[in-house]
Design a protein around this ligand. Structure first.
Ligand code: GTP
Ligand code: MG
Length: 333
């Protein structure tokens, strides 16, 4: 009998996967699917028939327990695993919409490392859920250059950074079973069967890990490791927050510089407009002054002409009087 242990954050799709691997509807009551995401805190197991294989699917709790019962949760899991005697596959279920290792996943991987040593990674496989093979999902992934290879590469890089490297093999493989595939679409059905086939092939080839020798002492060590992981995750969140704040502050400073430059430019334009208005007013006053001078000159010219005309008339009058006098004198003589 093959045993697959599922680990993954709440809502990643563990129960749904159990249902579809069992050939049931995705929301079958065999493995109840979360309506509102809330981790079950107990390790549970379901035995399913998958093709001609009988598989025990072991659903583990995440380390998201708000009551902080990590020790109890780990002890329960160890009890269940000890009763089963061995495991064949540790399936790390990851939500394909945000395909990364969550704190809860890392803590659980460290638990398995503490139980089995590094060799457990040879039995580890990623299952990426919500990785649709419908036309739209494939197109969206193509546009953002996402691919199965790139996704697995990133997950393995993260493992490596955590000093979790499979002994004797390059990387942890993955399958992309989309539990909500459309079985009337030929391509989606083919991809579902292919990926499911890959998981069954891994199960067939895996060399079981034995679970009979774990003790309570080891659980305490595991608990300490989990505490460290949680602490590191908190620090990372804090560092992310600080980085976000620094970015926001930089943006605010940049905006202030831009606003000051805009204000300076506005002031410069205002000053320019004021100077142009002043120059126009000066030029208008000059035109008015010239116009006034022209008017006065015209008036003066008119007066002079009048004066000249009067003098001419007086001269003519005088000449006539003189002539008349001369004529009179002539006549009198
Ligand atoms: N589209 C899509 N939806 C999925 C897939 N797997 C799970 N879901 C949806 O995700 C939701 C949560 O799925 P569950 O199977 O309950 O998740 P879980 O990991 O068992 O959650 P917990 O039991 O709370 O830890 C459900 O509404 C599922 O329909 C998948 O491969 N594709
Ligand atoms: Mg579940």
């Amino acid at each position: 009998m093959g045993i697959i242990v599922l680990i993954g954050s709440t809502g990643s799709g563990k129960s749904t996967l159990c249902n579809v691997l069992a050939g049931r509807r995705h929301n079958d009551h065999l493995c109840p699917v979360s309506e509102v995401f809330a981790d079950a805190f107990d390790t549970t197991s379901n035995t399913i028939q998958c093709d001609d294989k009988v598989i025990t699917m072991v659903n583990t709790p995440g380390f998201d327990d708000p009551s902080g019962n990590d020790t109890t949760n780990i002890s329960n899991m160890v009890t269940v695993l000890k009763a089963l005697g061995h495991i064949d596959i540790l399936l790390v279920v990851i939500n394909g919409q945000t395909p990364r290792l969550e704190t809860s996943n890392i803590a659980m991987l460290l638990v398995f490392k503490a139980m089995f040593g590094d060799q457990f990674l040879k039995n580890t496989i990623f299952e990426i859920t919500r990785w649709g093979y419908d036309q739209r999902s494939t197109k969206i992934r193509g546009r953002s250059k996402e691919s199965e290879e790139q996704c697995l590469e990133q997950l393995n890089e993260r493992l490596e950074a955590l000093k979790l490297k499979p002994v004797g093999s390059k990387s942890v493989p993955g399958v992309f079973i989309d539990s909500l595939y459309n079985n009337s679409n030929e391509h989606e059905l083919t991809m579902f069967n292919n990926e499911r086939g890959k998981l069954l092939a891994h199960l067939e080839q895996s060399i079981s890990l034995t679970c009979k020798d774990f003790t309570a002492v080891e659980i305490d060590g595991i608990k300490a490791q989990v505490a460290v992981v949680k602490h590191v995750a908190k620090l990372r969140l804090y560092a992310d927050e600080l980085e976000r704040n620094i970015v926001l502050e930089k943006e605010a400073a940049l905006m202030a510089v831009v606003r000051a430059a805009q204000e300076e430019e506005r002031r410069r334009k205002e000053e320019e407009a004021r100077l142009i208005a002043e120059e126009l007013a000066r030029q208008a006053a000059e035109v008015a002054r010239i116009e006034e001078a022209r008017r006065r000159a015209e008036e003066e010219a008119r007066d002079l002409a009048e004066q000249y005309r009067i003098e001419e008339w007086a001269r003519a009058e005088k000449a006539e009087t003189t002539d008349r006098k001369a004529t009179l004198v002539e006549l009198l003589l």
